[in-house]
Design a protein around this ligand. Structure first.
Ligand SMILES: [Fe+2]
Ligand SMILES: [Fe+2]
Length: 248
């Protein structure tokens, strides 16, 4: 009787402390997303990219998109709320280093996030995974860190028209992204379906030859391999043949 009672009490305690941790994690995400200094930092990045002819935006709209994609993907795969929130926090902070231009911005984002967590007393259960993901979000495809893989994937697939700056509309390859209206995805019974909803003005050949498209495919494949998923990549609901050619 007393053993049952103790076990019951312990599991209640565990559940209570898990719920408490998840709640504080959600609070951390909300706190960072509403932190004026973070919002203003991304506004400055947007302005800098507009005035200096950056091709793609690394602004607040982009990092919110990335956080939303991370949440949707990890929820479909039944990760717990605490882990999902940590991935969303990584998404929020992953481009803070783009303030001093794109070159080496992942390293600067990592340094910014590390300092930000310390200064704001933000304690994450997987802080090292979050920081590692931010640091390696540009090219770190080969990893067991799921936060890193989902961040890379969510970041790379955010190719929507909202990413393209006015200067980017004149750059071969990049300019095709202005015709990507939406990215839909679903994970079900081992299948990872991604559909890029595009305008009829899209020049698919040019998009296929764009160097960044290869990175998008690589991110989809790396994530799918690690999570044992079968990727199905479409453009306007028809198979995107270039994906299958590139991953043969
Ligand atoms: Fe980035
Ligand atoms: Fe990004």
């Amino acid at each position: 009787m007393s053993k049952t009672f103790i076990c019951f009490g312990f599991s209640c305690y565990n559940e209570f402390s898990k719920q408490k941790r998840e709640k504080s994690m959600i609070n951390y995400f909300e706190k960072i997303a509403n932190d004026k200094s973070i919002v203003e930092r991304y506004e400055k990045i947007h302005e800098y990219e507009v005035t200096h002819g950056g091709h793609a935006h690394h602004d607040f709209n982009h990092v919110l998109n990335v956080a939303t994609y991370c949440e949707k993907i990890l929820k479909s795969l039944k990760f717990d709320d605490e882990f999902i929130c940590e991935a969303k926090i990584a998404a929020l902070l992953h481009d803070t280093g783009a303030l001093q231009w794109k070159e080496n911005h992942a390293q600067r984002s990592f340094e910014f996030a590390k300092k930000y967590f310390d200064e704001n007393n933000i304690k994450l259960a997987n802080k090292n995974l979050v920081l590692e993901a931010i640091k390696n979000h540009s090219e770190g495809f080969d990893t067991d860190n799921i936060i890193q893989l989902v961040l890379i994937l969510a970041d790379k697939i955010d190719l929507k028209k909202s990413r393209v700056s006015d200067a980017g509309k004149h750059v071969e390859g990049m300019r095709q992204c202005q015709y990507i209206n939406d990215i839909q995805f679903e994970i079900e019974i081992g299948n990872f379906e991604i559909n890029f909803v595009c305008d009829e003005k899209l020049n698919l050949e040019e998009l296929n030859n764009y160097y960044f498209t290869k990175k998008v495919f690589k991110a989809i494949q790396a994530f799918s391999d690690k999570l044992s998923l079968t990727p199905k990549v479409c453009i306007n609901n028809s198979p995107w043949q270039e994906f299958y050619n590139s991953t043969k």
